[in-house]
Design a protein around this ligand. Sequence first.
Ligand SMILES: Nc1ncnc2c1ncn2[C@@H]1O[C@H](COP(=O)(O)OP(=O)(O)OP(=O)(O)O)[C@@H](O)[C@H]1O
Ligand SMILES: [Mg+2]
Length: 302
Amino acid sequence: MRKKRHLLKVDGLQLRFGGLQVLDDLSLTVDEGQIVGLIGPNGAGKTSCFNCLTGIYQPQDGRVLFDGTDVSRLPTHRRARLGMGRTWQNLGVIDSLTVTENVMLAQHQRTGYSALAGMLGLAGTWLRERELRRDAAEIIDYFGLEDIADERCGSLPYGKRKTCDMAMALATDPKMLLLDEPASGLSPEEALGLVETLRELRDRLKLTILMIEHHVPLVAEVCDYVYVLNFGKLLTEGEPDEIQRHPEVIAAYLGGAAAEPEVNETDEADDTTQVLRASQSPGEPPEWPLQPAAEGGAHGAA
Ligand SMILES: Nc1ncnc2c1ncn2[C@@H]1O[C@H](COP(=O)(O)OP(=O)(O)OP(=O)(O)O)[C@@H](O)[C@H]1O
Ligand SMILES: [Mg+2]
């Protein structure tokens, strides 16, 4: 069997904002050709981790190796050129631009001239712009957005804008996609379509994917491996089925008492406890919660 190669290796990330310890000695690896999940309650530090990987945040300590290169000190655009593509938790599309324009804007990371120069048709750009438009059309077709290619993103439903965000990430010609909550706000049908898309990106386009996601059934369905973050630290890691039975993971999502709940039929149960109680019967692991229960689980000051 072919030995897996680490495409991404993260060593000992430390990120603080004032007294807030956002990431604490976080290490993880992503093998080439895998879909890896990064899960954890709200405020666990998942998006901050992506921001460190892509160079938006500069951690106080730690190293990021991507495709054999130490990118820890490189600016965001250099990391993108090396093959890190990203989507955003709060959408990276520009509402006033059309789908095609958004995708072409994303492509400019690899053109050597600015998007503005391309839009103004400055000397030396028109031939390349024509190529980009053709490539953009292919990507747009790939994601099934061709019917709305000339519509402004602001007028599109949320699911389509999310797909456009994904198309933009692909337009940077990445080796690895970092997806921040790709299923949030999607309908069940759209989430199902996303599973197919992610598998195809891995299997046909040979992309490696690191994905933040709260929709755990989707994570369990599509991920080869999962890391669980809690209060900026790695709580555990493993294959999806191990992870979703892990008592500490359940506790982290459902609150401290959830690991070994005392079932008392007469108690007034809050929503969190009801989720757990409803799903527990002797000998069976609790059903996996669809959403983390706690809002804004900010970390205590260090
Ligand atoms: N630029 C910043 N300045 C100060 N604090 C920050 C900054 N960015 C993130 N934080 C804090 O770091 C913690 C982790 O935030 P982060 O957005 O990474 O969490 P998350 O796991 O992505 O949560 P969610 O699931 O809600 O998206 C939070 O307490 C947040 O307020
Ligand atoms: Mg986040």
